[in-house]
Design a protein around this ligand. Structure first.
Ligand code: UDP
Ligand code: MG
Length: 242
């Protein structure tokens, strides 16, 4: 193992905006799912300017559990910013992104991390999605358009549950809203990506932070940016000199 290879096996990054009821359950589920991981894990939870008790709950868990680390924003900056702050702080060889609201199932994490033995990234595919039909329909349309526009074959780009080798994720520069395109962005960095079917659960506590409005126009413009970046990517190669 090279000198600078992290000793910790897995970092779990959790963006949280008003998720007070969900966080203690989530941390318990992650702890259970990862109890067998050699070399240990950490959970980095980012409070994205919550107005409920999220920050206090993170601070309390951080004080009582050595594997929990809190990051506290001074306002609400959005999910991409929260992921970015967590990724910058991650110390694990594998970095796993997961939502705080219990819709993703931590029991899927070991399978995603195992896939990193062979691939640079493993992205979740919510084959049986448990969301209102309006959301499922708009997502289906968005995923279809994205596949058509980018040639990217990933089925479900909106699934937050994803695992990456740390070094490949660190190469990506995130922009607001771009967390949705991480599979494409790491592929542009030369990463091999595999899709893994994951469980999905209905939201029990708290509310969805996205509506049909803030998840249609913005992401469509983001898609144009991704298409542009793919087209304009530098692809030069050197010729052999005799
Ligand atoms: N989130 C965040 N900042 C925001 C909006 C959302 O950190 O401004 C977090 C949120 O707390 C959750 C995740 O991002 O952990 C996904 O949000 P949500 O569950 O509302 O999205 P949906 O599942 O409805 O698409
Ligand atoms: Mg959700």
């Amino acid at each position: 193992m090279p000198e600078d290879t992290p000793k910790l096996a897995v970092s779990i990054i959790v963006p949280a905006y008003n998720e007070a009821e969900n966080l203690p359950i989530l941390v318990g589920e992650i702890e259970q799912a990862l109890s067998a991981v050699e070399d240990g894990f950490e959970i980095v939870i980012i409070d994205d300017g919550s107005t409920d008790a999220t920050a206090e709950i993170i601070a309390d868990m951080q004080a009582h559990r050595s594997f929990v680390r809190g990051v506290f924003f001074d306002g609400n900056y959005g999910q991409s910013s929260a992921f970015d702050a967590g990724i910058r702080r991650a110390r694990g060889r594998a970095v796993v992104l997961i939502d705080a609201d219990l819709q993703n199932d931590p029991a899927d994490i070991p399978r995603l991390v195992d896939a990193l033995g062979e691939y640079d990234a493993a992205v979740g595919w919510r084959a049986d999605r448990r969301d209102p039909w309006t959301k499922r329909l708009t997502s289906r349309f968005a995923n279809f358009t994205r596949r058509l526009a980018t040639g990217d074959r990933t089925h479900d780009t909106g699934c937050s549950l994803k695992a990456f080798r740390r070094e490949i994720l660190r190469r990506v520069k995130l922009f607001h809203g771009m967390h949705r395109f991480l599979a494409t962005l790491v592929e542009m960095e030369g990463a091999s990506v595999v899709e893994v079917k994951v469980n999905h659960r209905p939201r029990r506590f708290g509310r969805s932070k996205y509506s049909i409005f803030n998840r249609s126009l913005g992401p469509t413009l983001d898609l144009l940016a991704v298409m542009w970046m793919r087209r304009r990517r530098l692809r030069y190669r050197l010729r052999e000199r005799g």
